[in-house]
Design a protein around this ligand. Sequence first.
Ligand code: AMP
Ligand code: GLY
Length: 428
Amino acid sequence: MNILLIGSGGREHALAWKMRQSPLCKKLFITPGNAGTSLLGENVALAVDEFEKLGALCLEKKIDLVVVGPEVPLVKGIRDYFMADERLKNILMVGPDKTGAQLEGSKDFSKQFMLRHHIPTAQAKTFFSNQSKEACHYLQTLRPPYVLKADGLAAGKGVVISSSLDEAQTSIKEMLEEKKFGEASAKVLIEEFLDGIELSVFVLTDGKDYVILPEAKDYKRIGDNDTGPNTGGMGSVSPVPFADKAFMKVVEEKIVKPTVDGLKKENINYKGFIFIGLMAVKGEPYVIEYNARMGDPETQSVMVRIQSDFVELLRACAKGELKNHSIEVDPSFAATVVMAAGGYPDSYEKGKVISGLDEVTTAQVFHAGTKQEGGQVITDGGRVLAVTAKGNTLLEAQQKAYQTVHSITWNNVYFRGDIGNDLLQFKA
Ligand code: AMP
Ligand code: GLY
């Protein structure tokens, strides 16, 4: 099959790397891709939401399958665009339609969906832009910490957690009155704080059946020991030792099944990934959020553990034929450490020459913000590389990943030094 992969991050490099291993994958195009994906297929410089040009590329390159990496094209309706065009509608696509993508694109939609289908989640109340006063009053009736969520997409910045009532009230005014996140904060959810350990569960569904991919834990804060501002994710680990068989069984029964059944009941055309952000509270899972895509950098730790032919699974998903498919997973551990540009997630510099990439042997280096220039690979984003290693134990995977991280460098490189440390106490 000829495949088009949309996106340019570490997630897409990891997806491309896995798909390339399949005998089903003939030609692979990545839009726009990065220096890493260019080694696996052909990068084409198109933005992820240039639907017309993406459609034309699919026709020109005789694409059989489109795999959508990031959320923006999904929320903007790339599937709907393809479905509405006679020439494009038969091209297979992994990625839900605009309504399905609302599971990620609107926190209010996803909260109502969870409530309709009795899926365990934090209680929440939604406030509109003219209800800032009511929202401030409501906050006074709650105990800290306060969780505020902009309804729409806000590039991972739309959640504010504050232990000060004053601060929470200021934030809610900024969001609702001053539209801090534009239209994304025209509605805001005030949500119950869930105190527990987080993990990410990934599901590939065709809207009727599903396979559960390996779970992972993400490290969202910039600093060691979960300090400092939130980022896209600074590292990941898979499997998650406390998510044992019994826990995952509960996740499947109480969350995955009702989610997929809910999509079916509501006639939502969902062929794609569901990334379920969970909080384990006293051993019980609650949904924090849904995403309509895979996570980054979770994908990197997940892909290296999948043994099945991933293109076959993606094709089955896109065709609506996931029934009777299962997935084989390598029981070993994977750890991913993100190497970022100093200054990220605030301002940072680009264009630094990366050294040490050619000598790597014990890990897989997935590129995120990189580009090729004059025979060199240079930094081109905040999160630059994701270094993923496997081991028989979490400690071994972690040590191998860090060994490689220490052998790669550029001017003002930054990474967390504690990825996976919190999980070493759990016996697998
Ligand atoms: P989200 O953008 O929804 O992933 O939220 C960002 C982060 O905020 C999550 O990864 C959690 O760490 C945290 N968070 C979100 N909702 C809650 C909640 N109800 N209780 C506690 N923490 C939360
Ligand atoms: N790593 C979190 C995300 O992809 O949203």
